[in-house]
Design a protein around this ligand. Structure first.
Ligand code: ADP
Ligand code: MG
Length: 243
């Protein structure tokens, strides 16, 4: 196994609100990491710092051994290497499904139209949406839009994908189709960090889980162990809420 991401002592403040406190963890290539914790605990801020959507105050983020927090880092390259799947999909509403997924390969990876189309079609097929390439996002269900948003992230051929509560905006009956796409990706060996309240997914699919509370990693480790026997009272109280 090889380490793909190393986060060391990451801190982030908003004015005097310390939202991330000395957050450290490692991720191996091919692993799925689930990040769990209450609303407001800093999960989105953590993903946003990894992806340079938010600047950390201190600490290091090493992507394949290269510190991406140093000045002069190519932020567009970092964002292309780390796909981001948002809670509310964030598709371009004026572009078709195919155009949405081709956008990254064309504009970010600077591939030719043919190559971009080929990659886009491959990823759209992977999420089971090949019959919808000419549709606009508003014509799709939330679950379908989220699957396209995953295809869009994959089309950049990222080193890892960050998911921020990818099923929280979905009706329960649409959650399963998105989780099964994510499960298939995990099985294929995609590296991913998934912020989620889907404890079944965290327990059965993730290789590692981090429980974060008020900006602090309280506990991290093997999901089956943590769910069966949390080491900290705060973890236990949090997990109790999920029955
Ligand atoms: P989570 O994703 O776990 O619900 P967030 O990372 O969104 O938590 O938020 C963590 C804390 O940081 C919250 O107290 C939130 O109000 C605060 N916060 C997040 N973004 C900002 C911002 N842009 N400006 C000020 N405070 C913020
Ligand atoms: Mg959040």
């Amino acid at each position: 196994m090889s380490t793909i991401l190393e986060v060391k002592n990451l801190t982030k403040k908003f004015v005097d609100n310390e939202v991330l406190k000395n957050v450290s963890f490692e991720l191996e290539k091919g692993e799925t990491l689930a990040v769990i914790g209450s609303s407001g605990s800093g999960k989105s801020t953590l993903l946003r710092c990894l992806n340079h959507l938010s600047a950390p105050d201190s600490g290091q983020i090493l992507l394949e051994g290269v510190d991406i927090t140093t000045p002069g880092t190519d932020i567009n390259k970092v964002r292309a290497d780390m796909g981001f799947v948002f809670q509310d999909f964030n598709l371009f509403t004026h572009l078709t499904i195919l155009e949405n997924v081709m956008f990254g390969p064309l504009r970010v990876r600077k591939l030719s139209k043919n190559e971009a189309r080929q990659i886009a079609m491959e990823e759209i097929r992977k999420v089971g949406m090949a019959d919808k390439i000419g549709a606009y996002p508003a014509q799709l269900s939330g679950g379908q839009q989220q699957r396209i948003s995953i295809a869009r992230a994959l089309a950049l051929r990222p080193k890892l994908i960050l998911f921020d509560e990818p099923t929280s905006a979905l009706d329960p009956e649409l959650t399963g189709e998105v989780l099964s796409v994510m499960t298939a990706l995990a099985k294929e060996g995609m590296t991913a960090i998934v912020v989620t309240h889907e404890m079944g997914f965290a327990r059965s699919v993730a290789d590692k889980v981090i429980f974060i509370d008020q900006g602090l990693i309280v506990e991290q480790g093997c999901p089956k162990k943590m769910f069966a026997a949390p080491q900290h009272e705060r973890t236990r109280l949090f997990l109790n809420n999920f029955g």
